[in-house]
Design a binder for this molecule. Sequence first.
Ligand code: NDP
Ligand code: PHD
Length: 348
Amino acid sequence: MNVGIVGVSGAVGETLLALFERHEPETTRLQLFGSKRSAGRRVDYQGSGLQVQEFGVERVSDCEVLFLCVSGDFAKKYARELAKRSIVIDNSSALRYDEDVPLLVAPVNAAAYCGQRLLANANCSTAVALMALAPLEALAGIESVQLATYQAASGAGRPAMDELVEKTSGFMGYGVDDTSAHFRHNLAYNVIPQIDQFQENGYTKEEMKLVWELQKIMQRPDIKVSATCVRVPTLRSHAEAITVRLRRAVSLAEVREAWGHGLSRGPGQDAGSGGLRVVDEPGEYLYPMPLHSSGQYAVEVGRLRHNLVYGDSGLDFFVSGDQLLRGAALNAYEIYCLTQGRAFPSAV
Ligand SMILES: NC(=O)C1=CN([C@@H]2O[C@H](COP(=O)(O)OP(=O)(O)OC[C@H]3O[C@@H](n4cnc5c(N)ncnc54)[C@H](OP(=O)(O)O)[C@@H]3O)[C@@H](O)[C@H]2O)C=CC1
Ligand SMILES: N[C@@H](CC(=O)OP(=O)(O)O)C(=O)O
């Protein structure tokens, strides 16, 4: 198998490379690509060195599978052309809403893959939320979802993450420095209620992605979704406070049970918790947090309780999941596993 990663120096690309290093058989020939900026750089991989090559359509032509970890504009320009020769797994939002492109969160809607060559990876907040939402949809049917997100700096890429570290260590006090090259404001010791551009309806594009993508992936265009997305000064792992209204009353025990077996673990595998871990022992001060979920394949879910407004058909809970893994690289790797008929690594 001949595989290429385009954008390997970025936050998603480097996380994907680490997954290949850990899970991929040595027989796979991996090629790495980037812009002129990182061309020529050598990267350690499975005991040898790989050189990053400058991307070019002809240069990637022998790759049977190509991961695009670049931008939406890059995907718009190249993805369809590349898909004529390779299976293309795109991490950007550019093609997610095209009718002929399956939008995949592999443990949730693997059935949407049926041999297409151009495949879209979902938005990070959407993928993290879905790990807890999909089993609830199967359990009782979802009427509505309300989300408030707490999104890490790395959601805006590797340079944004580096900037937060630098600005935090150089913080001089509030009102002194409101500059940032990657966010609308300085994120150090701050929270910013804007991710992506504002839309005409007053929501941001990140908030609307949650609406569009939950509806497309769950094949439920009628589900009501509303979100507020906030950037917080964590480095990795998006956390989300989620309120769900179900079609019927459920017990909390039923919900925990559903979370224990409601997700696919890959072609030919039995369903399992496949990437969701219940962390819900308030008496022991154990609940989902980026501090614990960062670097982990599983999304953590906890703080489960019935919602005081909706009663026993409503649930409140909190999730935290490493968005560079579940919301990007791990999900992309699982999509690749799907195309190869292999079990997902989270099941290993
Ligand atoms: N970060 C996250 O949590 C998530 C990101 N995504 C999406 O994944 C994609 C990558 O994001 P992320 O890793 O965060 O971004 P980064 O800014 O960290 O990395 C961008 C990458 O794109 C490469 N690149 C830029 N221009 C070119 C070019 N002309 N040819 C080849 N490579 C190029 C850069 O390579 P070089 O260094 O060589 O210039 C770099 O490796 C984006 O579409 C993003 O929306 C999706 C879900 C979550
Ligand atoms: N928007 C996300 C990361 C991302 O790139 O998402 P998308 O692929 O949907 O644009 C964040 O900033 O946390």
